[in-house]
Design a binder for this molecule. Structure first.
Ligand code: CP
Length: 306
């Protein structure tokens, strides 16, 4: 049976820490890894738009000496003719050694893994989860803070549909001493099932608020997110909620000097561009981390040790 990454909880904390260590080593010693995946092929099957996830996966495989194939939209594959996800993935399993797939339907990567005997990586499924973004976030936090425990993290924006938030809450709930602060409009609160599974069952308390500025001085990490137009059923609701939080330099006046600001990106309007030059803005460094952690992940799932 191939090892897959469908949900971040598929990996133990020890395995996540090992991936972070390998990614750090890749950053320090890239030449050591440049032929590690020679003659291996990664397929990127993206049924939903992406810039960072697809291209970082492709860049990761190329930097490991492997090659890539795939498609960047459902409309350019036989999905447009009515082919099922299962049949598409089964087909690609005849050509590639490992698959990274993104799909708008929650659970599609699980269905894919059931019909395919090469490793499947969930590159985001609907509003459910996005485990490789979480690995990216954890590597970024580790590089920014030097640890993955004992800090206060604020999640701000669309916590209902934000799959990156769901996965990161799950992951951080397994580390010691994390204080969770959830900042969102009432309509976009973190789903109950995430709170139950990741926090309440483990006895982890959390704060929920609509007011970012009141909690800003407490935060060590601020994880901003986009209000996701594509997940709304009603355009009017999107328009009403889309600018609920706009982070600008004035709102950071009372923040800690060593705050780390993360965002999975893309951003729309929720962080003004003049925040980019603040040394606390870690989101462009976060983008770079995405490639290295995906290199480590590909090696792990292909069982390649360097
Ligand atoms: N963070 C993220 O998933 O970005 P893309 O949608 O560009 O892949």
């Amino acid at each position: 049976m191939a090892r897959n990454l469908i949900d971040i909880v598929d990996f133990s904390v020890e395995e996540i820490n090992e991936l972070i260590a390998v990614a750090e080593d890749i950053i320090e010693n890239p030449v050591k890894y440049q032929d590690a995946c020679a003659h291996k092929q990664l397929a990127t099957l993206f049924f939903e738009p992406s810039t960072r996830t697809r291209l970082s996966f492709e860049s990761a495989m190329l930097s490991l000496g492997g090659s890539v194939l795939g498609f960047s939209s459902a409309s350019s594959s036989s999905t447009a003719k009515g082919e099922t996800v299962g049949d598409t993935v089964r087909t690609v399993g005849c050509y590639a050694d490992i698959i990274a797939m993104r799909h708008p339907k929650e659970g599609a990567p699980i269905a894919a893994a059931q019909v395919c005997d090469i490793p499947i990586i969930n590159a985001g499924d609907g509003g459910h989860c996005h485990p490789t973004q979480t690995l990216t976030d954890l590597l970024t936090i580790h590089r920014e803070k030097g640890r993955l425990d004992n800090f206060t993290v604020g999640f701000c924006g669309d916590l209902k549909f934000g799959r990156t938030v769901h996965s990161l809450v799950n992951a951080l709930s397994r580390y010691e001493g994390i204080n969770f602060v959830f900042i969102s409009p009432v309509e976009l609160k973190l789903p109950r099932y995430v709170k139950e599974e990741a926090l309440k069952k483990k006895g982890i308390s959390y704060v929920q608020t609509t007011d970012l500025e009141s909690v800003m001085p407490d935060l060590d990490i601020l994880y901003m997110t986009r209000v996701q137009r594509e997940r709304f059923f009603n355009e009017e609701d999107y328009l009403r909620l889309k600018d609920s939080y706009i982070l600008n330099p004035e709102k950071l006046v009372n923040a800690k000097p060593d705050l780390s600001i993360l965002h999975p990106l893309p951003r729309v309007n929720e962080i003004t561009v003049d925040v980019d030059k603040d040394p606390r803005a870690a989101y462009w460094r976060q983008v770079a981390c995405g490639k290295y952690i995906r290199m480590a992940l590909i090696l792990k799932l292909l069982g390649i040790e360097v």
